[in-house]
Design a protein around this ligand. Structure first.
Ligand code: ZN
Length: 213
């Protein structure tokens, strides 16, 4: 005999939460976000997709993964602009490149999740130095679900968790500006041990213990 509650067996959570997809560059974050959007659009969910405007030289209106998947999105200058586009009956709010948003994105994601919306964010958790990236630590803390994806280390093939920045082919320095005019920047995924940051300030050393006779 079927009870009414049975249908909800796999729905222990009330609608409305934040789920985060993080990791280094080339880990497939956007790909995973697009995959989830596809699944939910087959389920006829009302979805809005956003990304921040990082570069205003040209207007992009799609989120695009490295593997070439793409999906239309709304491009906004600042986090609170998202609220101008979200309707009451939207069920899913997807946000790509979340690391580039201003701090207000955290409260806005919380607000939307409290309203009962499924908020899906994807973003780089660390910058090229391996340091926390912008608002990502707060978003990862507030999220109910976190998927940390890895890429493949370009040096040794181990799971990669860091983004290696190369300026004119050499590892970037800790204090290098994010944008260096005239320099050729490139990025590749690396594991902790292959990730190189020149001039990283670090002042620890292990004590040498004398062996007692
Ligand atoms: Zn490696």
């Amino acid at each position: 005999m079927k009870k009414k509650g049975d249908v909800f067996l796999y729905h222990q959570y009330k609608e409305g939460w934040i789920e985060a997809i993080s990791g280094c560059m080339f880990a497939g974050k956007t790909e995973e976000l697009i995959r989830r959007i596809h699944v939910l659009s087959f389920a006829k969910k009302r979805i809005k997709v956003f990304k921040p405007q990082v570069d205003n030289r040209y207007s992009e209106t799609e989120i695009v993964s490295h593997a070439g998947m793409h999906i239309p999105c709304l491009v906004v200058k600042e986090a609170k602009e998202i609220l101008e586009y979200v309707d009451e009956d939207d069920e899913v709010i997807a946000i790509d490149e979340a690391q580039f948003f201003d701090e207000e994105i955290v409260d806005i994601c919380e607000y939307l999740a409290d309203l009962g919306k499924r908020v899906m964010i994807a973003g780089l958790d660390t910058d090229f130095r391996g340091e926390p990236f912008g608002v990502m630590p707060q978003l990862l803390t507030k999220a109910e679900f976190v998927s940390k994806l890895t890429a493949v280390c370009a040096r040794c093939g181990a799971p990669a968790t860091r983004t290696q920045r190369l300026v004119n082919g050499k590892p970037a320095a800790f204090d290098d500006p994010v944008i260096m005019i005239g320099a050729k920047d490139s990025y590749e995924p690396r594991c902790r041990h292959c990730h190189e940051v020149m001039d990283r300030p670090r002042h620890y050393s292990l004590k040498k213990h004398e062996k007692e006779e």
